[in-house]
Design a protein around this ligand. Sequence first.
Ligand SMILES: [Zn+2]
Length: 342
Amino acid sequence: MKHPVIRIAVLLSILVLFSANVSAATLTSHKKMMAQLALLSKKDANAGRVSVVNIGTSVKGRDIPLVIITDPAVPEESKKRLFIICRQHGDEPATTEAMLRLISRLAVLEDQDVADILSKVSFYFVPMVNPDGADAFRRKNANGADLNRDWINLSQPETRCVWAAIDAAAPDVLLDMHELSPGNRTGDFIESAGALCGATDGVVKETTILQNLVVGMLHTHDMAVRSVRINDRAPARLAHRYFPIREGLKTLLLETRQAGARKYQLAYRMELHVIGAMTVAKYLAGQQGELEARIADYYARKYNVASRGKKPAKKNQQPPVKVEPAADKSSGGIEIKIEQQQ
Ligand SMILES: [Zn+2]
């Protein structure tokens, strides 16, 4: 132990063990998630707001729960449906953590905002599509398959049961939540398929509105994501290609980066996913005008603060915060990506 090299090696191994323990303690295992959902379901037994349904099992036999949250007093047919899938890749944890937090808020909060949304929108969450990968903290499932390349073939039990649940729910919007690996230097982004991929005009039009709302609402929280539209003829193996192109569903992909500066810590990434989901939910609840007003007000206040002591603000001035430039005039503020990068 006296040798300095040995001392450094021991110190390093303690540091590695400590950081691994901290990381493992922060994240929710499949077993813990199932216990949390069972508790929520039990607490809600009389209210009827929360349903937890096992829609299938993973390769290793872990249950894959679907969580439905809605206002049971309002007929289902009069509500919009938002379907959110998380954690197709087991090593992208903020997606599950964020949606478990949102699920618990929607399940128990009694405030008017939540009541208003739940009376108009039913939420469908699959918080852990790939539980075997999540518990092993690895991208692929226990068969070594990348689930987000399996939506055409449906060769895996996880994709088959989630596909059936989405098909049965026939949602108005599908959100697919991911994280970029620590080695990926791409910043956070929201993405959807464009007309050249085969998405219909109606899908493109509405996903454009949704992307702009999510970008704007994130700005109001001093968060930024790139807004990307893919336009190519690549096979529709990924969920945010398959569902709009093959099933005609309005589908958005939301990605946060796991590593880098402090802002990329877990709490930041979770908040970003929650704001993204709630923005889409509020749009479906008929609150587009309120969201746009809030975003416009934020830009106006930001400009006025920035220009204090300088020339007065002009009407219709561009907001001072950085907005991703449109690649062409018809893109609605969305950056066009021609090549598939993932
Ligand atoms: Zn992913």
